[in-house]
Design a protein around this ligand. Structure first.
Ligand SMILES: [Fe+2]
Ligand SMILES: [Fe+2]
Length: 372
């Protein structure tokens, strides 16, 4: 039998295993994965030379321990269908739910794969053994995750063409420090998202309308250790989290990542209804966990209980609905709607940025273990 992406030792092997599967009509899914808006997952590129020059000596002890855990590879072979995988009744699924769920899977697959291409490229370009070892391990995990979501999509007769995506999707350039902030946060928020759904479905197994959610615990542990790696990278240089300008950037990224998640999740009402999850509750719960974890390295947390927080996010979400309507409508009327919506969303973002933060005293050693 051919190798499956779940057993692959490298990202390259995992991608090749996915590509060796019988081809499917990919165009629709790949088109969705290709789109680049503020709300869809992007692919990133950076100054790989600068990243390769990082010296992990200040965090050596924690670093070696983390790399040791990742090399031990506890999740090898995990991300594949087995006897726990229940049959999915795609044809019997309520059409709106089906559409939203497929959209969720495609967007998750793209996000996982976005991590994979960035990490794989760092591994390929680098010569610093600490850095290339870490990035090859993380690329391996993300390729397995993306491969597993693609396996789930295949049952619905679709798949994202990962090879094509690597070649054809637009890459956004981010300076290394922005990659650290954004990727650290996206790994930790990914952990918080997966574990919150997993714990909710443990209590309400009758709401588990698809078997993939059973895999979320081990999955989020991978994301957790990726986040740990970025926490250590951020610790190698105190300036990254202490200078005034960088503290502003951290606040910016926290606000951007949280508000994007809020708006994006509200686009999938049927999906959340089927899971029995209120998107506002889910959002706040995920923000709370992410904030608590991020105390390991960020000198501040956002005040998500501030009286302006939720109302402003709601305004931003309404503006986003208006932008989408304008885009659909087209013409001058549509353009006006879109511009008005963008202005509202922009002001809402500024308003969130002016909410005072809660200062946080960062511990000397950032290392944490998954606790939720
Ligand atoms: Fe992942
Ligand atoms: Fe990850």
């Amino acid at each position: 039998m051919n190798m499956h992406s779940s057993n692959a030792a490298t990202a390259e092997e995992a991608i090749a295993a996915q590509e060796a599967l019988p081809p499917l009509t990919n165009e629709e899914a790949t088109k969705v994965a290709m789109s680049n808006t503020l709300l869809t997952p992007r692919f990133y590129t950076t100054d790989f030379e600068e990243m390769d020059a990082i010296d992990v000596t200040p965090v050596r002890k924690d670093w070696d321990k983390l790399i040791g855990q990742m090399k031990a590879d506890p999740n090898k072979g995990h991300f594949r269908k087995n006897e726990d995988w229940d049959t999915v009744d795609w044809d019997g699924m309520e059409p709106k739910l089906k559409a939203e769920f497929i959209d969720f899977l495609i967007s998750s697959c793209t996000a996982e794969f976005s991590g994979c291409v960035l990490y794989k490229e760092m591994k390929r370009r680098g010569s610093n053994e600490d850095i290339t070892t870490l990035f090859q391990l993380m690329a391996r995990d993300e390729a397995r995750h993306a491969g597993f979501i693609n396996d789930a999509l295949r049952e619905a007769g679709i798949a994202v063409n990962l090879g094509f995506l690597t070649q054809a999707k637009k890459y956004t350039y981010f300076r290394p420090k922005f990659i650290y902030y954004a990727t650290y946060l996206s790994e930790k928020i990914g952990y918080a998202r997966y574990i919150t759904i997993f714990r909710h479905l443990e209590e309400h197994p009758e709401m588990r309308f698809h078997p993939i959610f059973k895999w979320f615990r081990e999955w989020c542990n991978d994301e957790f250790s990726h986040g740990e790696a970025f926490a250590l990278l951020l610790k190698t240089d105190p300036k990254l989290t202490q200078s005034w300008a960088n503290r502003m950037w951290i606040k910016f990224f926290l606000t951007a990542v949280f508000s994007t998640m809020w708006v994006r999740d509200h686009q999938r009402p049927e999906f959340h209804k089927a899971l029995g999850v209120d998107p506002e509750w889910y959002g706040q719960e995920v923000f709370r966990k992410t904030s608590d974890i991020s105390r390991q390295v960020f000198p501040m947390v956002l005040d998500i209980d501030h009286p302006r927080w939720k109302p402003t996010l709601r305004r931003m979400e309404a503006a986003n609905v208006q932008i989408a309507k304008g885009r659909k409508q087209g013409g001058v009327g549509g353009w006006v709607k879109r511009m008005a919506g963008s202005a509202t969303a922009g002001f809402a973002f500024l308003s969130l940025m002016t909410i005072p933060v809660e200062k946080n005293a960062v511990p000397d050693s950032p290392r944490l273990e998954p606790a939720y």
